[in-house]
Design a protein around this ligand. Structure first.
Ligand SMILES: [Zn+2]
Length: 158
């Protein structure tokens, strides 16, 4: 969480905002189709490549998962993919990533937010167009990006 009176963190964050604002220097949280190690994940990625986000629903208890899980964590039953159509969410929580994984280290600091949809499902993605410090509860919209033909990603716009 952003410190209440931590000016060094705030200024560090704001410099990162400038970075993520540049259209040519966006931060991506994405999946490449090469990462499809199971038919279930392949179906999810194929749909994402078409701009369709899939949730999964447990065939036994009906619990929903986003991003989808192949098996329910409550009863280990098989889950099935279903289209997830909600796009509007509220910021539930966020973090500022100063120490990024190697592939994203040149992008840091950047902001990752958890959005909560009206259904209660939550999704983690980068917040890519921040102009100021994020506020819990603010409105966000989910958007998709085709980074290249093998990498499709989703992100939050505020
Ligand atoms: Zn279940």
């Amino acid at each position: 969480m952003l410190g209440r009176a931590d000016n060094s963190l705030t200024s560090s964050f704001l410099s990162g905002v400038g970075k993520t604002m540049a259209a040519t220097d966006e931060v991506y949280l994405g999946y490449t189709t090469d990462e499809a190690t199971t038919p279930f994940l392949r179906d999810f990625l194929d749909a994402l490549a078409e701009g369709t986000l899939m949730k999964s629903v447990c065939t036994e208890c009906g619990r929903e998962y986003l991003p989808p899980r192949e098996h329910c964590q409550d009863d280990l039953s098989k889950c099935e993919l279903e289209e997830f159509e909600e796009r509007e969410a509220k910021l539930y929580s966020y973090t500022i990533v100063d120490f990024a994984p190697e592939t994203l280290s040149s992008k840091a600091p950047y902001v990752v937010g958890i959005g909560e949809f009206p259904s209660g499902l939550r999704l983690t993605a980068h917040i890519t167009n921040l102009m100021s410090v994020p506020e819990i509860g603010m409105d966000m919209k989910l958007a998709f990006d085709e980074v290249d033909e093998r990498l499709v990603t989703y992100k939050w716009l505020v």
